[in-house]
Structure formats: C-alpha cells, structure tokens
Design a protein around this ligand. Structure first.
Ligand SMILES: [Mg+2]
Length: 235
C-alpha cells in the first residue's frame, strides 16, 4: 500500500454492503421473511407473487421512478402499496411488510475481522458509515463501531454522487482532503471518493480484476486487518 501523504487522514468513511458484510445472503433472507409474512398476513399476495415476481415488481417501480433511485426503502414501500391496493388490501399491509424487511435487513453477518478492526480504528479516526443500501447500522452487530452513519435515502443521493461524503465531512468537521473512503465498488466507492479529493481504499476480498475504464486505485486491501496495518502500523 502506498503512502498517505501529503495529507494526514483523520476521517474514515466506510461503505457497508460487500465491504463489511456479504450483502446478497441478507437480502435473500429478508425477502424470504417478507414472503413468509405475506403468507400469514396477506395470503392473496403470497399466492399471486413468489419472491422473484415481488422483486420484479419492485424493479419495475424503480424503473418507472428514476428520481427515487437513491431511496430503496421508498421504492419497496411503494411497490408493496401498489400490490395492496391492487388486491383490495389495507395499505397498512405495506408498512408492516416493509418493517419485516427492515428488521431482517439488519441481521447482517460481518466478516470475522471487521468488528475488531473498526474498534481499533475508532481509537484514532472519526468513523462514518456511508451506504447506498438501507441497513440501519445502529441495529446491526456493528452498532458500537461508528461515530455516525448516513444512508443515501437520508441525504437524497446515492454514491457516486458525493452527497454522502459531504454529509460525513460536515458531521465530523473534517474536510474531505483529510479523509479516506473504504469500499468494494470501483466506481461508486473508489472513483467517487477520489473525485472529491479523498483518499480511496479499494476492498477487494476475492481477487476481482480492476475495471479497464478507471485508473488503478492507490490503495487496495484484501480485508480490514490489512487496512488497520496500513493505517496504524505500529501505533
Ligand atoms: Mg458495497
């Protein structure tokens, strides 16, 4: 990993999904839980839609409402509301189904080194979670690891838009040129962060190739233990 100069780093922003925990299993489990819940609370929906067709309906809602691209919770809620209306059900069903999803969405399983690494970094840096997803960090096993957290749906734009980074700078009082962003996505994390003058660290856990259309990352780590070593060294 190359040097952090010329600017000292005081703020670390972290992507969540696929940086701190695998995302797909938790989404799949949450969608399964919602479908099971529909079976009890709104059997007409469970009978007409399986998990895949519920997802397709939501994707259609998202496509029809591109201005909501950053608001995954809003899109899900809107999709459930449409289905409730279509089948003559109370729209409260949508809120309840969404609550089931959210509860399950927070049951993430961080990779084994993550909690300890974040707690070590927290001693030396301000840590801010910045996620395009909608896991609520305060309800996850990493609740005590961050100083602050923002979701795209709270700031009105998803990465690569810099709104999440600016929110982190504002809440911490630390300028972005004294900040490093850590994430798994070459475009939404690495390129987006360096475009606003941040250091950027690519978390590449499974040896993925870097995309040809981007200049290579300055810093790459295979997990957060390597990040701690690079940032703290012998400190
Ligand atoms: Mg990610």
């Amino acid at each position: 990993m190359s040097t952090w100069s010329p600017h000292p780093v005081h703020l670390l922003t972290f992507d969540l999904d696929d940086t701190l925990w695998p995302c797909k299993p938790v989404i799949q489990a949450a969608e399964r839980a919602v479908h099971d819940w529909f079976r009890e609370a709104a059997p007409v929906i469970a009978e007409r839609y399986d998990i895949d067709s519920l997802r397709e309906h939501r994707i259609r809602v998202a496509r029809e409402n591109p201005h909501w691209a950053h608001d995954l919770t809003g899109i899900r809620l809107h999709s459930y509301r449409q289905l409730a209306r279509r089948h003559g059900l109370d729209e409260a069903i949508a809120e309840q189904a969404n609550a089931v999803f959210r509860r399950e969405r927070n049951k993430v399983t961080p990779w084994p080194e993550v909690a300890e690494a974040l707690r070590a970094l927290r001693e030396h840096f301000v840590l801010v979670a910045v996620s395009n997803g909608n896991a609520q960090i305060e309800h996850t096993p990493l609740a005590d690891c961050f100083h602050h957290a923002f979701m795209a749906e709270e700031v009105g734009a998803a990465k690569p838009d810099p709104a999440l980074f600016h929110a982190a700078a504002e809440v911490s009082g630390i300028p972005l040129w004294q900040a490093a962003h850590i994430g798994d996505d070459p475009h939404r994390d690495v390129e987006a962060a360096r475009r606003v003058g941040m250091h950027a660290v690519w978390v590449n856990r499974n040896g993925t190739a870097w995309p040809d259309d981007l200049s290579p990352p300055d810093h790459t780590v295979s997990d957060l233990r390597a990040l701690v070593a690079a940032l703290l060294g012998d400190r």
